[in-house]
Design a protein around this ligand. Structure first.
Ligand code: ATP
Ligand code: MG
Length: 565
C-alpha cells in the first residue's frame, strides 16, 4: 500500500485519454470540461466521492472546469433538501463549480425542439405500445426485436400526437415518443429507445409546465453537448448506452460533440451504496437520518468524524480503472486513521469508570500536568490536566484477582498514571452486594511525571480523569452498520445483516476538562479508546455528545487474522 499522493504515479486511463486529446488539438480552446451529474433523489454516498474526485480532479489538473449538473429529469419531492446536501458535500470535499451550476430541466425547451426536428426528419415516432408490449417487441440479447406497428406513421400524425401528448390529452403510459433507429441492432439500447414519456408530476423547477419528460439517454448527451462538455465520465453500467449517447450527439444541429468514458464504480465491503436502499433505512428509522454517522453517505462520514482529506486519499489509493471490484472497508479506515493520527488532539477519557481514591493525597489539593495536544506534531501545543485525590480509570484497568500476565492495577501492584504519578492499590471498597465502589490507592510523590529516582519499573500505564474536574459527556460508540461483508448475500435481504451493535451509547463518560473546549469539526483521540469528534447535531455546551469515528486499530482485521483468514 503505497502513498501515491505526492509521488509520480502512472497516469490512469482517463488522464492518458485527456493528455492525448490535448496534445492532438482535439479539445476546443484546449480547455477540458467535465461534469458531475447527480440525480437529486437522495444524499451523496462514498461512491460519489470517487466520481466527484475524478471529474473535479481532472478539471483541476488540466486547467479546465467541472460543471455541477443536477439531473432532475425525474421530478422528486424532496429535491430541494437533496440539492442543498449535494452542494454542501461537494464543497466539504474542497471542490467548487463556481458559476457552472446547471439543471437538466434547464434544457427542456431545447430538448423539445430537438424532438420536433427528429419527428420532422422521420427519425422519431409516437408509439402506442404499452410498456409490456414494448418489452416484448424489444427482443433479447440473442433475438432481434421487431418493429412496432406504429413505427411508420406519417410525420404529420407524429407531430400532432406529440403535440397532444404535451398538452395532456393522454394518460400516462399510453403514448411514448421513440427514436427510429434499428430494432435489429445487436445493442438493445439502440432498438428505438424512448425519448419522451408522459408523466403527470409537478416538477420542483418547471412546475406544471410539462407533462412529458425526456428520458435519461436522450437528456444526458444533449445536456453535455449544450454545456460543451468534452469528457463525459460515468460508471461502467453506462458502457452499453454509449452508442445511444453517440447517436444523440450526432443529431442534426448539435454542434459540439462530447465523448463518454466509463470507469469502474467504487464498491466497498460491509457497505451498501444505493440511494434506494439508503432511503429505505432512513424512511424506516433504522438509522437517525441520511447523516446518521453509520451511513455511508458523505454527510454521515462527515458527522462520524472522517476528514475530506482522508476520503480523498482513500479514493486516490483505490485508483481509476475499468475493472469492477470490491474494496476492503479496512483500507478506508486505514486512510482515516493515518489522517487522524497526524491531526487528532489527544485527550484522556474514561468510558467505563472505576473510582480511585488516593488516600495519601491531600484533600482538596489540585496539581496540573502538561500534555502535548499531539505528540505526532512537532509544533504541538500543550494543555493542562488536573490531578486530584479522586480519579477515574477504566474498569478493565483493574482486577481484584489478576489473571496471569495482567500488568495493570491489582491489589499490591503499582502502575503509572499517564503524565502523573505511580499509584499502588491497597484496598477495595464494596457495597453490600459485593460491587466495587472504589479502589483505595497510595501514590508516590517522588514519581511525579512518571519516573522515579530509583528507576524502578512499572509495567502498566493507565489513562485517568480527575473526578472533581471531569467533563461528563455522552459518548456514542459507533461500529459498522452491517455485520456481513456483502449485506444480504446470505438471505437475499440486506436488513438481515444489520449489525445490532452498531451503536452503543455511554450516557455519562468522564473526559478531562480540556474536552469541554472541543468544537464541531475538531478531530480528537481519546487515548487508548479511539478517535472521536463532537456530534454536529446533538452536542451542546450543557450536554456534550462525542461520536466514535473509529477504533485505534482494526479489531476486525485482528479477529480475522486470529482465525487465520
Ligand atoms: P445510486 O445507484 O447509488 O442511486 P446513481 O448512479 O443513481 O447512484 P447518480 O446521482 O445518478 O447516482 O450519480 C451521479 C454520478 O455518480 C454518476 O456519474 C454515477 O456514475 C456516479 N456514481 C454513482 N455511484 C458511484 C459509485 N459507487 N462509484 C463511483 N461513481 C458513482
Ligand atoms: Mg441514478
Amino acid at each position: 500500500m503505497e502513498n501515491e499522493k505526492n509521488e509520480a504515479r502512472p497516469l490512469n486511463f482517463l488522464e492518458k485519454i485527456i493528455e492525448d486529446d490535448l496534445k492532438n488539438g482535439r479539445v476546443p480552446d484546449n480547455k477540458i470540461v467535465t461534469r458531475f451529474p447527480p440525480e437529486p433523489n437522495g444524499y451523496l454516498h462514498i461512491g460519489h466521492i470517487k466520481s466527484i474526485c475524478i471529474n473535479f480532479g481532472l478539471a483541476e489538473k488540466y486547467g479546465g472546469r467541472c460543471h455541477l449538473r443536477l439531473d432532475d429529469t425525474n421530478p422528486a419531492k424532496e429535491e430541494t433538501e437533496y440539492i442543498d446536501s449535494i452542494k454542501e458535500d461537494i464543497k466539504w470535499l474542497g471542490f467548487d463549480w463556481g458559476k457552472y451550476e446547471f439543471y437538466a430541466s434547464d434544457y427542456y425547451d431545447q430538448l423539445y425542439e430537438i424532438a420536433i426536428n427528429l419527428i420532422k426528419e422521420g427519425k422519431a415516432y409516437v408509439d402506442e405500445l404499452s410498456a409490456e408490449e414494448m418489452k416484448e417487441y424489444r427482443g433479447s440479447l440473442t433475438e432481434p426485436g421487431k418493429n412496432s406497428p406504429w413505427r411508420d406513421r406519417s410525420v404529420e400524425e407524429n407531430l400532432r400526437l406529440f403535440e397532444e401528448m404535451k398538452k395532456g390529452k393522454y394518460p400516462e403510459g399510453s403514448l411514448t415518443l421513440r427514436a427510429k433507429i434499428d430494432m435489429a441492432s445487436p445493442n438493445i439500447n439502440m432498438r428505438d429507445p424512448a425519448l419522451y414519456r408522459i408523466k403527470y408530476a409537478h416538477h420542483p423547477r418547471t412546475g406544471d409546465k410539462w407533462c412529458i419528460y425526456p428520458m435519461y439517454d436522450f437528456t444526458h448527451p444533449i445536456s453535455d453537448a449544450i454545456e460543451g462538455i468534452t469528457h463525459s465520465i460515468c460508471t461502467l453500467e453506462f458502457e452499453d448506452h454509449r452508442p445511444a449517447y453517440d447517436w444523440a450527439c450526432s443529431i442534426d444541429g448539435i454542434e459540439h460533440t462530447p465523448h463518454q468514458y466509463e470507469f469502474a464504480r467504487l464498491n466497498i465491503n460491509y457497505l451498501l451504496m444505493s440511494k434506494r436502499k439508503l432511503l429505505y433505512l432512513v424512511n424506516n428509522h433504522l438509522v437517525s437520518g441520511w447523516d446518521d454517522p453509520r451511513m455511508p453517505t458523505i454527510s454521515g462520514v462527515r458527522r462520524r468524524g472522517y476528514s475530506p482529506e482522508a476520503m480523498k486519499d482513500f479514493v486516490s489509493r483505490v485508483g481509476v480503472a475499468k475493472v469492477e471490484g470490491v474494496v476492503d472497508y479496512s483500507l478506508m479506515e486505514f486512510c482515516v486513521r493515518e489522517d487522524l493520527n497526524k491531526r487528532a488532539k489527544r485527550l484522556m477519557a474514561v468510558l467505563d469508570p472505576l473510582k480511585i481514591v488516593i488516600d495519601n493525597y491531600p484533600d482538596g489539593k489540585v496539581e496540573y500536568f502538561e500534555a502535548e495536544d499531539n505528540p505526532e506534531d512537532e509544533n504541538s501545543k500543550k494543555h493542562k490536566i488536573a490531578f486530584s485525590k479522586n480519579l477515574y480509570i477504566e474498569k478493565e484497568d483493574f482486577m481484584e484477582t489478576p489473571v496471569k500476565g495482567y500488568h495493570r492495577l491489582y491489589p499490591g501492584n503499582e502502575i503509572r498514571l499517564k503524565y502523573a504519578y505511580y499509584i499502588k492499590a491497597n484496598s477495595i471498597e464494596k457495597d453490600e452486594n459485593g460491587n466495587i465502589l472504589a479502589v483505595h490507592c497510595t501514590y508516590d510523590p517522588e514519581s511525579r511525571g512518571g519516573t522515579t529516582a530509583d528507576g524502578r519499573k512499572v509495567k502498566g500505564t493507565s489513562h485517568w480523569v480527575s473526578a472533581d474536574h471531569a467533563l461528563v459527556a455522552e459518548v456514542r460508540q459507533y461500529d459498522k452498520l452491517f455485520k456481513a461483508e456483502c449485506p444480504g448475500a446470505a438471505t437475499g435481504n440486506y436488513l438481515d445483516d444489520l449489525n445490532p451493535d452498531s451503536l452503543k451509547v455511554i450516557p455519562a463518560a468522564y473526559i478531562e476538562e480540556e474536552g469541554a473546549k472541543a468544537k464541531v469539526g475538531d478531530y480528537l483521540q481519546f487515548i487508548r479508546n479511539g478517535y472521536y469528534c463532537v456530534d454536529m447535531k446533538d452536542s451542546s455546551a450543557e450536554h456534550m455528545v462525542f461520536n466514535r469515528t473509529c477504533t485505534l486499530k482494526d479489531s476486525w482485521a485482528k479477529q480475522k487474522a486470529k482465525m487465520g483468514l
